[in-house]
Write a protein that binds this ligand. Structure first.
Ligand code: NAI
Length: 702
């Protein structure tokens, strides 16, 4: 082999005859080809060495093995390197007892290596799991056949399908490890000398008789939660091979694993995996910019959003003061917060003690002096510029120097709000999504004068309070809603032209979003949408372009959505299931007639392309304007804020999959046939398509 090999497997002999094999590939001992080669060779050498009485396998530093080496993703291996499956079998076939001392995370291939060992001892910080499905693939080195043999079928499936790692305590309950010890290496050495080797692949005792419908039932049970995540279903099929002889089952697992590597899902999931990590490092913030420490927070306004935002701080253990205009308003808002927590407790997802602790971190105030020492203040008052300016003027007067002053505005100009203070550099937008205690996204809106330090503080705060912060610039609607406007607009045109709300919603749901635009309108409130349009009309005036009037007409019928049990659809008492309504259908047909449009059959393909390609088109404009710095920022905003299916990677990644040239051609087509006003392709889409490139390539070339 010509490729130079670094040493990643080290050995040390103890006086008691135990050889300690340490995996050492900083920072997390990821498995690459070097480790596979050296692990394999080391185990063979140990097997042949009569001086070795037992073996301990452990990880250097804080990890056991955190998974496959992502730096080697998609790169060819040097020829002749053994597979990880060969490595696992070399461990298991060793004639000396091999005990894994799982000192830290053992994920993916890491857990497979540990399961190749004859026994496992966990350290207190161990976390174990098979997260392959999170990158659109399945465990590929015997994991689907081994985890069930220690944890039982149902528990193993739950772990493999969720992709979650379990802590040491749970691993012990599940039988994955023998014990938890403060010094796992010492305990493992003792066990290696005391016990004979035990091959997991020969042990079916935890499998037992499998009912005929077991795996089908399991898949039915996961159908709702994991709709569209094909690798998760394939992982169940791979586990189901456990009824075959071991060698055949492992071969079958390997086949599925290989199939999964090149799927659109795997590409999308890898893209999101890397994007998640890149989003936090925004190109507009110099790398070494320090973030301010956030120990005390304040929220202005305890309405729908303010209450939810306060919960995020409390959940993260950060004390937060909530300011309202009156004691009555405070009582109302905090009552809703308490009710939210109580509902989570009654569903068994939070302990009463945790609820009390969290509520104890939230205190209501009515005077600004009480929030003067906050490290960050998030304003969530009515969406009205005069009120916001007044609030920021007061914040400027009372807040300590260095405090971050954030606004949750969804439609107003962050720069104008910033200019209501004498410290616009401290002002930033933090656009949470509703419900704010649930939705993961915060659009961090960087104003023209927002300082690097302020931007960095907001970005670093996001993961601490359980959120994904994605940075963008100031414009009408920011990134997410500006794209959403185009999507909703086409949905409304489609019903004027011949589709019905249920047709559009079905296509969008089938594509993978949680609901279509009309069901979403009912959830958010038809009245809310109407008021937003009225505000926009006041602010920007009429567009002189095609606009649909149907949504306004639904509003004027008093059909406000789920809250009135009628909107675009009807809703039975206590139900969120939309039922088409004849009055709405008649209204839509009348609207077409009034516009002189002869209703036609609209194909599912047209619904999909007309609703979703404008997202890509608007995304291209946002990139060209620099409002979004990278396609990945747009993708994350749509995945975490709007439920765009993760397994499609977000709108811009999806565009790259279907081809920007194809998107361009279809937009030109629909601009000709239906809507010349809004479907004109963006110059950047033309440029990227014209080069036969992708948005990713365009971004990488900058
Ligand atoms: P809301 O009407 O539910 O709550 C606003 C609260 O602010 C009320 O409790 C009110 O008493 C209080 N308030 C008004 N003026 C105040 C003042 N001067 N000082 C202190 N408190 C004051 O409104 P919501 O929905 O919570 O919206 C708040 C902000 O969040 C708005 O800027 C809105 O655009 C934005 N937003 C709303 C979303 C939503 O889905 N509701 C989503 C994302 C952002």
């Amino acid at each position: 082999m010509t490729t130079e090999m670094k040493t990643v497997v080290e050995t040390r002999d103890r006086p008691d005859g135990v050889r300690v094999v340490t995996l050492n590939n900083p920072p997390v001992n990821a498995i690459g080809w070097e480790m596979r080669q050296q692990l394999h060779d080391t185990m063979r050498a140990i097997d042949a060495d009569p001086a070795v009485k037992g073996v301990v396998l452990t990880g250097a530093g804080r990890a056991f093995i955190a998974g496959a080496d992502i730096r080697q993703f998609g790169q060819p291996n040097p020829p002749g390197v053994p597979s990880l499956t060969d490595g696992v079998h070399a461990i298991e076939d060793c004639g000396k007892t091999v005990v894994a001392a799982v000192n830290g995370p053992a994920a993916g291939g890491g857990l497979e290596v540990a399961l190749g060992c004859h026994y496992r001892i966990a350290g207190p910080k161990a976390r174990l799991g098979l997260p392959e499905v999170n990158i659109g693939t399945i465990p590929g080195a015997t994991g689907t056949q081994r985890l069930p043999r220690v944890a039982g079928l149902k528990n193993a499936l739950d772990m493999i399908v969720s992709g979650d790692l379990v802590p040491a305590t749970r691993a012990l309950e599940l039988g994955i490890v023998e014990a938890i010890e403060d010094d796992p290496v010492e305990a493992a050495a003792a066990m290696a000398l005391a016990r004979p080797p035990k091959k997991l692949r020969e042990d079916d005792s935890k499998i037992g008789d499998i009912p005929d419908s077991f795996f089908d039932d399991y898949k039915n049970g996961m159908a709702r939660r994991w709709r569209g995540f094909e690798a998760r279903f394939k992982a169940v099929d791979a586990v189901a091979k456990i009824v075959l002889p071991y060698a055949e089952a492992v071969e079958a697992e390997r086949v599925v694993f290989r199939e999964c590597q090149g799927t659109p899902e795997a590409r999308a999931m890898r893209h999101v995996f890397f994007s998640d990590r890149q989003a936090a490092r925004h190109p507009s913030i110099p790398k070494d910019t320090p973030a301010a420490t956030i120990e005390k927070a304040a929220v202005i306004g305890c309405g729908t959003m303010g209450g939810g935002i306060a919960m995020n701080f409390a959940n993260a253990g950060i004390p937060v003061k909530v300011l309202e205009t009156s004691p009555e308003a405070l009582e109302k808002g905090l009552g809703i917060v308490a009710g939210n927590y109580a509902a989570t407790v009654s569903r068994g997802r939070l302990s009463q003690e945790a609820m009390d602790r969290r509520l104890g971190l939230i205190s209501g105030v009515t005077g600004y002096d009480d929030i003067a020492d906050a490290d960050i203040v998030i304003e969530a008052v009515f969406e009205n510029m005069d009120i916001k300016k007044q609030v920021f003027g007061t914040l400027d007067a009372v807040c300590k120097e260095g405090a971050v002053l954030a606004t949750n505005t969804s439609t107003l100009d962050v720069d104008e709000i910033a200019d209501a203070t004498a410290r616009p550099e401290a002002v930033v937008g933090t656009h949470f999504f509703s419900p704010a205690n649930v939705m993961r996204l915060i659009e961090i809106v960087r104003g023209a004068k927002t300082s690097d330090a302020t931007a960095q503080t907001a970005m670093k705060l996001s993961p601490r309070i359980g959120k994904v912060g994605v940075m963008c610039g100031v414009c009408d609607g920011f990134v997410g809603n500006r794209m959403l406007y185009q999507y909703s607009r086409q949905a409304n045109f489609l019903i004027e032209e011949g589709a019905l709300p249920q047709d559009v919603d079905r296509v969008i749901y089938d594509f993978g979003l949680p609901m279509g635009p009309f069901a979403m309108g009912d959830l958010a409130g038809v009245d809310v949408g109407y008021l937003v349009r009225q505000e926009r009309l006041k602010k920007f005036g009429p567009t002189n372009k095609r606009e649909s009037k149907i949504a306004d007409a639904i509003y004027h019928l008093g059909r406000y959505g789920q809250k009135t049990r009628k909107g675009w659809y009807d809703y039975a008492e206590g139900s969120r299931t939309p039922q088409p309504n004849a009055e709405v259908t008649a209204l839509i047909e009348q609207a077409s007639a009034d516009l002189g449009i002869a209703r036609r059959a609209v194909s599912d393909e047209e619904v999909l392309e007309r609703c979703l390609y404008p997202l890509i088109n608007e995304g291209a404009k946002l990139l060209a304007e620099g409002i979004a710095a990278r396609p990945l920022d747009i993708d994350l905003i749509w995945i975490y804020g709007y439920g765009f299916p993760r397994y499609r990677g977000g709108p811009m990644h999806w565009a790259d999959e279907i081809g920007p040239a194809h998107v361009l051609e279809r937009l030109e087509h629909y601009a000709r046939t239906s809507d010349p006003d809004w479907l004109e392709p963006a110059p950047l889409l033309r440029e990227v398509a014209g080069q036969g490139a992708t948005f990713r390539e365009w971004a990488e070339a900058r």
